[in-house]
Design a protein. Structure first.
Length: 99
């Protein structure tokens, strides 16, 4: 199993209205990438008015459910970092690359 420090960081999040996002920095300890064919959603996105997460944290990709992504190895992301932003949905993994 990969240790937390080896998981790819969330380098950028441009999603507005997510409880974990504060001006391009994700405050979730880890995010999960999910979605359906052709769409890699950030499954951690929560559209609430209450801010969540930790004040001092560098978010990482905790799990990737997109087996069809070239960066996925045994449900873990192997990209050097990921970007989250608007895509097909409000919060998508913009680093997703179909295999």
């Amino acid at each position: 199993m990969t240790e937390l420090m080896e998981l790819p960081p969330v380098a950028e999040c441009s999603v507005e209205g997510c409880s974990y996002n504060d001006h391009s920095h994700c405050h979730a300890a880890a995010v999960t990438i999910g979605g359906t064919s052709g769409d890699a959603q950030c499954a951690t996105f929560i559209p609430l008015g209450v801010k969540g997460g930790l004040d001092k944290v560098i978010s990482h990709v905790g799990a990737c459910q997109r087996q069809d992504c070239t960066h996925n190895s045994h449900l873990e992301c192997t990209a050097s970092s990921v970007r989250v932003g608007a895509g097909h949905d409000i919060a998508d993994c913009l680093t997703y690359a179909p295999a």
